[in-house]
Design a binder for this molecule. Structure first.
Ligand code: ADP
Ligand code: TMP
Ligand code: ASP
Length: 237
C-alpha cells in the first residue's frame, strides 16, 4: 500500500489518497478543536491514542455485524480505511442529558434519557453544525431516504454494543456522534469513534473522561482518554 498526496486536512485528521482508489489513509494529528474550530490546541499523544482507540472500537463494532470503514492499523497515527462518499449528516444518540440538549431544551445535565434521543446535525462548521430533521434531509436531498433509515438503524445498534462495552468497564456512554458514508452503494460507518466525539463518564463518580475536559478547560484531557483505553483493556504504546 503506497501513501499518495493529501486529499484533505480536517481539524483533527488528515486524509491521504493511496495507490488503491478504494482506500484512504487517515492520519490522526495531535490537534484538538472544539466549538466548530473556535477553540484549538495541540495535545501530545492525542493522535496516537485516538487512532488506536478508534481501531479498537471499530473492530468491536465489526464483530457485532456493523459495516465499518477500518481496514488496518498502519502505524501509531495512521489507519487504512475504505474510501467513502461521506454523508453531510451527523447522527447523535444521547443516553444521558449533556451538552447542547441541555442548552437547547433547558434540560438538567445528568438526567437519564429513556428512550435515548436520536438527533441529526448538518456537518457544516460555518453554520455551527445546526440540528436538522429527516424532512430537511429529504427536501435538500442530503441523503437518500433508505440510506437515512439504515444510518438510524446502525446508530442504535452501535448504542446496544457500546453501552454494554463501556458499562462493563465502569463507564457510562452519555452520548456520541457518528458519520456514515457510501462504499459502492452500501452505508458504512466512517470517521472515528473516540473520546473526541462522544461523552463518557465514570459510572460511580460521573467524572468526565472525554472531550468535555478540553471544552470546559478541566485539564488532563489525554490522561482521561488513556484511562478509558486502559479500562477497556487496550494496551497503548
Ligand atoms: P473535520 O472535517 O470535521 O474537521 P477531521 O479532522 O476528523 O474532521 O477530518 C476527517 C475528515 O475525513 C472528515 O471530514 C470526515 O468526514 C472524513 N472521513 C472520515 N472517514 C472517511 C472515509 N472513510 N472516507 C472518506 N472520508 C472520510
Ligand atoms: P452536542 O451535545 O454538542 O450536541 O454533542 C453531542 C455529542 O456528539 C457529543 O459527544 C459530541 C459529539 N459531536 C461531535 O463530536 N461533533 C459534532 O459536530 C457534533 C454536532 C456532536
Ligand atoms: N467537533 C467539533 C469541533 O471540533 C465540535 C466539538 O467537539 O465541540 O469543533
Amino acid at each position: 500500500m503506497e501513501k499518495r498526496e493529501e486529499l484533505y486536512a480536517g481539524k483533527a485528521k488528515s486524509v491521504y489518497l493511496t495507490d488503491d482508489p478504494d482506500c484512504l489513509i487517515l492520519e490522526f494529528r495531535d490537534d484538538t478543536s472544539a466549538f466548530d474550530g473556535e477553540k484549538v490546541a495541540q495535545l501530545a499523544r492525542k493522535g496516537m491514542v485516538n487512532n488506536h482507540f478508534n481501531v479498537f472500537i471499530m473492530n468491536k463494532l465489526a464483530e457485532a455485524g456493523i459495516p465499518v470503514h477500518v481496514e488496518k492499523l498502519l502505524s501509531d497515527k495512521e489507519v487504512l480505511v475504505k474510501k467513502l462518499d461521506m454523508m453531510p449528516v451527523e447522527c447523535v444518540v444521547r443516553n444521558i442529558a449533556a451538552g447542547s440538549i441541555c442548552r437547547r431544551l433547558g434540560v438538567t445535565e445528568g438526567i437519564d434519557l429513556n428512550p435515548p434521543t436520536y438527533e441529526l446535525f448538518l456537518k457544516d462548521d460555518a453554520l455551527h453544525d445546526p440540528m436538522i430533521n429527516e424532512s430537511h434531509v429529504e427536501t435538500f436531498a442530503w441523503v437518500k431516504t433508505a440510506d437515512l433509515a439504515k444510518m438510524k438503524e446502525l446508530t442504535y445498534k452501535v448504542n446496544d454494543v457500546l453501552k454494554k462495552l463501556f458499562a462493563d468497564a465502569g463507564m457510562l456512554l452519555v452520548d456520541y456522534k457518528l458519520e456514515f458514508g457510501l462504499f459502492h452503494g452500501e452505508v458504512v460507518l466512517g470517521d472515528e469513534f473516540s473520546p473526541d466525539g462522544c461523552r463518557l463518564w465514570d459510572a460511580e463518580t460521573r467524572e468526565k473522561l472525554d472531550k468535555d475536559r478540553f471544552r470546559q478547560g478541566l485539564g488532563g484531557v489525554v490522561e482521561a482518554y488513556e484511562e478509558v483505553a486502559k479500562r477497556l483493556g487496550m494496551r497503548l504504546p
